[in-house]
Design a protein around this ligand. Structure first.
Ligand code: ASP
Length: 311
């Protein structure tokens, strides 16, 4: 089923067949990437702009690589070098991008809803690369692809999302995607890092890590988003690790073959112990990065085809 939207702004509201379409295409790009072949013609003559108002390593570079592998002209604009620092508003930026005939615009912004606002003002197809505490749709897609490749399915799996759920756009996008695809989602974290009424998203809430991890297939750790904490929400990193950090002993509460994930960047010894993060059998963290490129190629491919049909 083709994606019916012009932009990819959020996972919420996407239908399972749309998600499957993206994951199936991403799977074929994952195989192509592993074979060392590239597909350089698909986006030839198209311009992709990476517009990042917040720091990023993995997401920006993987969109850049994905665009280049498909043959697009890729331009990276970061806030420190653009006129945004000189007081240009988001809408002025949109007008500038329109004048440049940008086809695909990848946006990361600290404010929830900023990519959606730009999508109303630019001619390009907009991809949300993370907006505030709202969503990070390509992260959820790459997480789903990584799980599906290892477990063969998403349906019926129990996935625990652990840590700073309150500030995490990764958690929100994953909750929407995994629930839509039939996984059972649990969230685990201290009450101070849990959004109020999170149960309304259909998840089970735990404040005890060992209890919450029982019988889980997948343990997804989150980064503590210190930059979004305006007050002391945890007593100390040491205490957080003691109760909520993933170490071998807590992981033993999950299924014996449970797999471990983290979107990065990791705070080792705070959210996750190094021996767990680097475990070659249980940890999927490196594979998540690899699948990030494949997923972004699939998303660029689908949105570029859609926009060319509308030309
Ligand atoms: N890289 C992810 C994001 O941009 C996760 C994180 O920063 O903690 O949301």
């Amino acid at each position: 089923m083709p994606l019916t939207h012009r932009h990819l702004l959020q996972i919420e509201g996407l239908h399972p067949p749309e998600i499957d379409t993206m994951l199936d295409l991403a799977e074929s790009y994952a195989l192509l990437n592993r074979s060392g072949k590239t597909q350089r013609d698909l986006l030839r003559g198209r311009t992709l702009i990476n517009l990042f108002f917040e720091d990023s390593t993995r997401t920006r570079t993987s969109f850049e690589l994905a665009g280049k592998r498909l043959g697009a002209d890729v331009i990276n604009m970061s806030v420190s070098t653009s006129s945004v620092n000189k007081g240009e508003t988001l809408l002025d930026t949109a007008a500038t991008l329109n004048a440049m005939n940008c086809d695909l615009l990848v946006v990361r912004h600290g404010d929830s809803g900023a990519p959606a606002l730009l999508a109303r003002k630019v001619d390009a197809a907009v991809i949300n690369a993370g907006d505030g505490m709202h969503e990070h749709p390509t992260q959820a897609l790459l997480d789903a692809l990584t799980i599906r490749r290892r477990r063969g399915r998403l349906e019926g799996l129990t996935v625990a999302i652990c840590g700073d759920v309150l500030h995490s756009r990764v958690a929100r996008s994953n909750i929407f995607l995994l629930s839509a695809m039939g996984s059972r989602v649990r969230v685990i974290g201290p009450p101070t890092l849990m959004p109020t009424e999170i149960e309304r998203l259909g998840v089970e809430v735990f404040h005890d890590m060992r209890e919450g991890l029982r019988d889980c297939d997948i343990v997804m750790m989150l980064r503590l988003q210190k930059e979004r904490m305006t007050r002391g929400l945890i007593p100390s990193f040491r205490e957080f690790f003691r109760f909520y950090g993933l170490d071998a002993e807590k992981l033993a509460c999950a299924k014996p073959d449970a797999l471990v994930m983290h979107p990065g960047p990791m705070n080792r010894g705070v959210e996750i112990a190094s021996d767990v993060a680097d475990d070659p059998v249980r940890s999927l963290i490196k594979e998540q990065v690899e699948m990030g490129v494949a997923v972004r190629m699939a998303v660029l491919d689908i949105l570029a085809r859609r926009s060319s049909r509308n030309d």
